[in-house]
Ligand binder design. Structure first.
Ligand code: APR
Ligand code: PHB
Length: 393
């Protein structure tokens, strides 16, 4: 068995783990990242694409924002549509804020490049990662690679290994409270090498179900349609997808839609989930390991980044000033933001999807909610504050 030592062991090389590694590196703290997959697999996952200003600020702080600034798009609003009514939520005019459109894949690539340039250790294809002595001051992580068992001694473990990871599962059941909401549908997403249908994102409610028109750049578009739970990608030819999308968005947008062969097509289930607290002994949970939001509010990636910004600052305070105050406050502080983002994501989801169990009363309430949004500057401001992240901090 080979034995290594580091200050912080980071489990998972998604955006949360990689960014934490970068923040720690810049603070002079030694960290090893353990990832069960290959870098190519991690980069092959197509995920979110809307960044709050606070997320961009953290990327700047971490020294990984040059390509983001060069290639991203700045949006001053989004369009919300329901049946035949369209309303632009002009957050730049309402509250002076914008969001940045830049794919999670690109962000992950920038973080991987920075990690490689820093010379810090990342171990990909680490199998059977296991956490030991997390209730002690000196925990340990073990894994297997190329037939050899490895052990890593450390001061802290950061569980950044996503919803299905080992970190949260290593905490004794009695020490965690789980909050879970299931939605009886998923999002079928398609990526296509064509210009987006509109300059800004369109979130559309239709009686056939929700649809979203998004983008990765001025030449690459990302579209989604709500599908029933359990639906299979194989049932969706590109032609069927485009027909369904056209039926759900307004006729002018449908007429402008440029279709083409999909370069990625997948279905993501929707759920709301929070595990509390985010700390057990020397293990700290961050990102999807600790919480899931339905993608409707574009909060998942932003929450993962705000978690590790807080955790990175708390670890820097510990090593720099020997103060445990930041680490002791991490769970409560991060959860306050997480729950506000959970509320907003649940609300956006409720406003825009069709719910199979909802009867006529529920449909009328949904319509009233949309009418209220269209007619009220206060409601639009609230959406703008949440969507851009202003009111989450
Ligand atoms: N051992 C090592 N690595 C693991 C293990 C394990 N047992 N289990 C999972 N991982 C790795 C996964 O392979 C993945 O690369 O942990 C990483 C977790 O990355 P993400 O799932 O991207 O989670 P996170 O970094 O928290 O980013 C959250 O992803 O789902 C979106 O909306 C979400 O955009 C947000 C972002
Ligand atoms: C995306 O572009 O993938 C995207 C954008 C906004 C969302 C969810 C996903 O709310």
């Amino acid at each position: 068995m080979s034995v290594m030592r580091t200050q912080v062991a980071i489990i998972g090389a998604g955006p949360a783990g990689l960014l934490l590694g970068q923040l720690l590196h810049r603070a002079g703290i030694d960290a090893v990242i353990l990832e069960q997959r290959t870098p190519e697999y991690v980069l092959g996952r197509i995920r979110a694409g809307v960044l709050e200003q606070g997320t961009v600020d953290v990327m700047e702080l971490a020294g990984v924002s040059s390509r983001l600034h060069a290639e991203s798009l700045t949006h001053g609003g989004v369009e919300i549509a329901a049946n035949d009514v369209r309303r632009r939520i002009a957050f730049q005019d309402l509250i002076g804020r914008t969001v940045t459109v830049y794919g999670q894949t690109e962000m992950t690539r920038d973080l991987m490049d920075a990690r490689q340039a820093s010379g810090a250790t990342t171990i990909y294809e680490a199998a059977d990662v296991a956490l030991h002595d997390i209730d002690h001051d000196h925990p340990r992580v073990t894994w297997r690679k190329d037939g050899v068992t490895h052990s890593l001694d450390c001061d802290f473990i950061a569980g950044c290994d996503g919803f299905h990871g080992i970190s949260r599962a290593s905490v004794p059941e009695r020490a965690l409270t789980l909050f879970d909401r299931h939605y009886p549908f998923g999002w079928l997403g398609i990526l296509v090498e064509k210009p987006p249908v509109s300059e800004e994102l369109i979130y559309a409610h239709h009686e056939r179900g929700f649809a979203l028109c998004s983008m990765r750049s001025l030449t690459r578009s990302r579209y989604y349609v709500q599908v029933p739970e359990g639906e299979k990608v194989d049932n969706w030819s590109d032609a069927r997808f485009w027909d369904e999308l056209r039926a759900r968005i307004n006729p002018e947008a449908a007429a402008r839609l440029q279709t083409g062969p999909s370069i990625e097509k997948s279905i993501a289930p929707l759920r709301s989930f929070v595990a509390e607290p985010l700390r057990f002994g020397s293990l700290f949970l961050a990102g999807d390991a600790a919480h899931i939001v339905p993608p409707t509010g574009a909060k998942g990636l932003n929450l993962a980044i705000s978690d590790v910004a807080m955790l990175g600052a708390a670890l820097a305070e510990f090593y720099g000033e020997r103060s445990k105050a930041g680490l002791d406050a991490y769970s409560k502080k991060a959860l306050a933001r997480i729950w506000k983002a959970e509320r907003f994501s649940w609300w956006m989801t409720s406003l825009l999807h069709t719910f199979p169990e909802t009867g006529a009363f529920g449909r009328r309430i949904q319509r009233a909610d949309f009418d209220y949004l269209c007619g009220s500057i206060a409601a639009q401001t609230s959406l703008a504050e949440n969507y851009t992240g202003l009111s989450l901090d």
